[in-house]
Design a protein around this ligand. Structure first.
Ligand code: C2E
Ligand code: MG
Ligand code: MG
Ligand code: MG
Length: 286
């Protein structure tokens, strides 16, 4: 990032440095009050069962449309929310919104499970369990419809508060998924220690799975591991039909990715759920 020491040994910084920190500051400023101003929405991406080809669940993905910037990726703004602690109220809002949307779909005859991403900060602040209790009580949905996705890096943090929060969630009937499995802090000891139900295989392992035997072998080993621990496997980042087939053969339970659908607004995903149910009904009638 820093150019070689120039004449007189003076270091010349790339102009983008200044731009990048200006952007960071501008985004931090814009994020302050974004929740109150209603700038966040939640999109949903289908997860398809590889045995039945039906959509059985959706992942809730936060979206932010600030008035004075274009849409900003959660990969960029979620870390900023985590840094300022604003992920606590925003994460609480996402849980509430996802549960309300599922309640609506259930009521209108398009039932589906929902997976919600959770940050370590929500657990550390002691907000995850009460937020979940409130979201469940307000929406009245069955807790078995909820899955919480935790990134593996979370398991590298202080263990006791995470274990305690996850035990409480499990006791409510909510399930737990390890997101981005296989990258970051991949400690098998943590899998033994935490009450996990699902492994989500990161897309670095699936994006070339149909072209690289090595990647297929790695995912096959993850499926074997998951089986021996009684866990389900979700393959993330599936973009092509060939990758679906390899994941199916390897024994992954669910697959998620642009091949099936991009993340969609709530109304669009509801239409997709209806279409999926109608197609399945037509299939069984035939
Ligand atoms: P993630 O939980 O691993 O979510 C999967 C990401 O992969 C999503 O990016 C999704 O749009 C993208 N994706 C899905 N299918 C494909 C595919 O076939 N190809 C490719 N290349 N990408 C695909 P997104 O929506 O930009 O979210 C990025 C990350 O931001 C998420 O990664 C998650 O870690 C975080 N995030 C999103 N929403 C929330 C939230 O409500 N709370 C927290 N704490 N984090 C969130
Ligand atoms: Mg996720
Ligand atoms: Mg992931
Ligand atoms: Mg990710």
């Amino acid at each position: 990032r820093v150019k070689d020491a120039g004449r007189n040994g003076v270091r010349v910084f790339e102009p983008e440095w200044g731009t990048r920190s200006n952007r960071r500051l501008a985004l931090l400023e814009a994020l302050d009050g974004a929740l109150a101003s209603g700038e966040f929405t939640v999109h949903y991406q289908p997860q398809v069962c590889l045995t039945t080809d039906r959509i059985v669940s959706v992942e809730a993905l936060l979206r932010w449309n600030p008035p004075c910037h274009g849409a900003v990726s959660p990969a960029e703004f979620v870390p900023l929310l985590e840094e300022t602690g604003a992920i606590v109220p925003v994460g609480r809002w996402v849980l509430g919104k996802a549960c309300r949307d599922v309640a609506g779909w259930v009521a209108r005859g398009a039932p589906v499970r929902v997976a919600v991403n959770v940050s370590y900060a929500q657990i550390l602040h002691g907000d995850l369990v009460p937020a979940l209790e409130m979201a469940l009580a307000d929406s009245g949905i069955d807790p078995a419809l909820i899955e919480l996705e935790l990134t593996e890096s979370m398991f590298g943090q202080e263990i006791a508060p995470v274990a305690q929060a996850l035990d409480a969630c499990r006791a409510m009937g909510v399930s737990i998924a390890v997101d981005d499995f296989g990258i970051g802090y991949s400690s098998l000891g943590h899998l033994k220690r935490f009450p996990v139900n699902v492994l989500k295989v990161d897309k670095v392992f699936t994006e070339e799975i149909h072209r690289k035997d090595r990647d297929a072998a790695l995912v096959g080993a993850m499926v074997t591991l998951a089986r021996s621990l009684g866990l389900r496997v979700v393959a993330e980042g599936i973009e092509v039909a060939e990758a679906v087939e390899v994941c199916r053969v390897l024994g992954c339970d669910l697959a998620q990715g642009y091949f099936f659908s991009r993340p969609l607004p709530a109304a669009d995903v509801e239409a997709l759920l209806r279409q999926d149910a109608a197609a399945a009904g037509a299939g069984s009638a035939a």
